[in-house]
Design a protein around this ligand. Sequence first.
Ligand code: G1P
Ligand code: ZN
Length: 560
Amino acid sequence: MDGLISTINSIKRESDMGIQIIATRPFNDQRPGTSGLRKKVSCFQQPGYLENFVQSIFDVIGDLKKETIVLGGDGRYYNRKAIQTIIKMAAANGIGRTMVALRGIISTPAASCVIRKYSLKGGIILSASHNPGGPEGDFGVKYDIENGGPSPEQLTEAIYRRSLEIDRYRIFDGPDVDLERVSEDHMGDMVVEVFDPIVDYVGLMEQLFDFDQIRELLSSGNFSMVFDAMNASTGPYARAIFEEVLNAPKAAVINAVPLPDFGGIHPDPNLKYARRLLEIMNSEDAPDFGAASDGDGDRNMILGRRFFVTPSDSLAVLAANAHLVPGYSKGLSGIARSMPTSMAPDIVAKDLGIPCYETPTGWKFFGNLLDAGRITLCGEESFGTGSDHLREKDGLWAVLFWLNIMAATGKSVQEIVEGHWRRFGRNFYSRHDYEGLEVDAANALMDHLRESLSDLVGRHFGGYEVEDADEFCYRDPVDGSLSTGQGIRIVFKKKSRIVFRLSGTGTVGATLRIYFERYEKDPLIHHQDIQKALSGLITAAGQIAQIRDYTGRDAPSLIT
Ligand code: G1P
Ligand code: ZN
């Protein structure tokens, strides 16, 4: 009885202070995927859905008193509403200070930068990355930890488990915060600071790259570039960096204003969705350099004049040329790539005499290696590249890295990449996605593959002989944790391979991703069309996985 009375008293005390405790029921679908919890906007709009997940985060991350977190998102639809809710929940959960991004917009790398620079407890980033926005589109929430990187699997699992038993959340009964101007105020006991994250981010880039050399290139009148911000979070950063600091001509940044529906663009910088940029870069009078970033600013696509750089090659090129860039001129400790990424970076690592780690898909797996100082650069085939300057991938950083290399060498994108192939050989590479599959059909295909693994070795498909076949699992060399079921690898003789895995970021049905790679040392073959160069492997994948039988599809819905 005494216990009950003291609970009632403490609830009364809290409600006098403006804190409300709201009863809720668990949702059973709040398990974070490759990068946070992603669902349709309409799903997040269900009463209590966002609140339950955010409360689960607060419940799991421990004592928050005196702690500071950063909060912001990629500007997509529902961003502002969710931010107001989360500020109030933070205040009711005893957080010391919440740093809210001006206008509610922060890129993922900028959030990572701020967490690290100010030694914050962590950050809540509202983003569904490259997924479409608007009321019919997707929304997402992810939590970055104190090293500025994504929550490791143990933490996301703990948050998920908490979400399954949650029965109440805490929220402050107060007015909305004005996100339009920089300010500092109180909400209950919590300090709410509205700040501009661009300054910190630009400052970090200035430390890494030779801004004078890049400025000279961009203002020389002999060099032109275009950066496509896809109406998402990087527009204001790109304008500040390229136009204001580096003196690029005003038209250098297109789609620069963040919009809640990204202006109808699917903010994924690849050969299908960065349409405007591709038109420009494929035109007769194309600029020398083109690049794009995704919704939350962590991805990048690099283009030369009528020339596409695969993200795997990009990582390899950055590694091979890192000595030209001030922030990396002392050398690299190691490189890491996600398993499906091509092995082009491995070849450079070998040449440099440094280790190259192969991790599962998802940036979170790089965190320990970066923290332990084992790697300096890392990347994924999915247009993600980054380094130990942060714990997230970083789109604008990659763009600046390329500009720095171009400024230092005086070479074009195409000259740099073709020179790289001549020196190290070329890894022909492509990814085929089958999107929107029935979940059961996609799982059945993967089960079938898994079961046939042991029978494949020694057999021939599409002119290739299978040398090895397995399901990738990863033992983290730093903390010893094991991640299983990370994709099926079929390795062929002559340094070629196919990887099959299911996406962990989609919100509708299942997406099967198939990754093809073929190594070619002979420069006479380097200029072949990629899909043609990979055609034997593409046939092999169809036969091995019986794609048509399981999915009913004749062709992928997206080729990158
Ligand atoms: C995809 C990419 C992966 C990336 C993630 C978040 O995940 O493949 O490399 O880390 O988005 O940007 P997937 O949908 O394949 O699980
Ligand atoms: Zn992203």
